[in-house]
Design a protein around this ligand. Structure first.
Ligand SMILES: [Zn+2]
Ligand SMILES: [Zn+2]
Ligand SMILES: [Zn+2]
Ligand SMILES: [Zn+2]
Length: 288
């Protein structure tokens, strides 16, 4: 009896509360729907070959199947219906794509960001979930991992690398006359950050050698933009200086070395500054 009364009491309160609660429920359902609709919409843009997203300009086959631009370049027929790929733009899909939030490329690594496709490339470039490669020069180490794992990796797998503390140090490369291609590597620790100094000697035509010196930050590109480095060869009444923004290890140094976007000098210049085959490079890191 009392159960029934209390039950009916609840019921009447329930009725009184119903408009509010049903509105809330509807709003929650709508929000839930919005999320699932966005996910569902994004899934319509999935490339059937690589499962990346086909983004504008979106091209379709004659039957309306889409494929991403990367895969399209490698295909001679539609992967879904095997019909001709043709050259048909799907403008409606382009327009819908502009309103959809797509998951970041590194969603599988834990990134939960979803963004408009126009914002995706910038985010993915600096996404903290994008794996980092081992920053040591040369392709011998295949290690990849998160940014916070880079220093532990260097300390466990590249124990021979020396670290000097301070913003102003001398990077001493010994035996620069060693034949062939050689890399010298050192770590510099300052401003609470770790920088890797690289001197690379490359063999050019006819036994000529070129030296490339560069600094990279164990950090993101954004973090690297807060710093400047100066490399200076100094001695025998001569001075050669290079100043630039450190590279992020996310970008690595190889593309900068190929583009000579670093301190570059040849064997003759190296000899002018070397002392008994050893070359000291003054390295200064500053915040900007
Ligand atoms: Zn694809
Ligand atoms: Zn097709
Ligand atoms: Zn991301
Ligand atoms: Zn490594």
């Amino acid at each position: 009896m009392s159960m029934k009364q209390s039950g009916s009491g609840n019921k009447s309160r329930g009725i009184g509360a119903q408009p509010t609660s049903s509105v809330t429920a509807a709003a929650v359902a709508a929000a839930g729907n919005a999320t699932s609709t966005n996910q569902e919409l994004a899934s319509y843009f999935e490339c059937p070959v690589c499962f990346d997203y086909a983004l504008p300009p979106i091209m379709q086959c004659q039957s309306g199947h889409i494929v991403c631009q990367n895969c399209r370049l490698k295909l001679s027929m539609c992967p879904t219906c095997r019909g001709p790929l043709g050259n048909i733009r799907n403008l409606a899909m382009d327009k819908v794509a502009a309103t959809v939030n797509f998951p970041c490329k590194y969603a599988n690594n834990g990134c939960q960001t979803t963004l408009l496709h126009t914002d995706k490339p910038d985010h993915e470039e600096t996404c903290e979930y994008r794996p980092y490669c081992c920053p040591c020069p040369g392709a011998s180490c295949k290690w990849q991992g998160g940014l916070e794992q880079v220093m532990p990796h260097l300390m466990s797998s590249h124990k021979s690398i020396t670290t000097l503390q301070g913003e102003d140090i001398v990077f001493l490369a010994t035996d620069i006359n060693l034949p062939g291609a050689v890399d010298w590597v050192m770590m510099q620790s300052c401003f609470g950050q770790n920088f890797m100094l690289v001197l690379e000697k490359q063999e050019k035509m006819e036994g000529q050698h070129m030296f490339y010196a560069i600094v990279q930050l164990i950090g993101t590109r954004k973090q690297a933009e807060n710093f400047a480095y100066r490399l200076e060869l100094n001695g025998h009444r001569r001075r050669l200086t290079w100043e630039a923004t450190p590279r992020s290890i996310h970008d690595g140094v190889q593309s900068a070395i190929s583009a000579s976007d670093c301190l570059v000098f040849d064997t003759n210049i190296a000899q002018l500054f070397a002392d008994h085959g050893n070359l000291g490079i003054n390295v200064t890191i500053s915040m900007c």
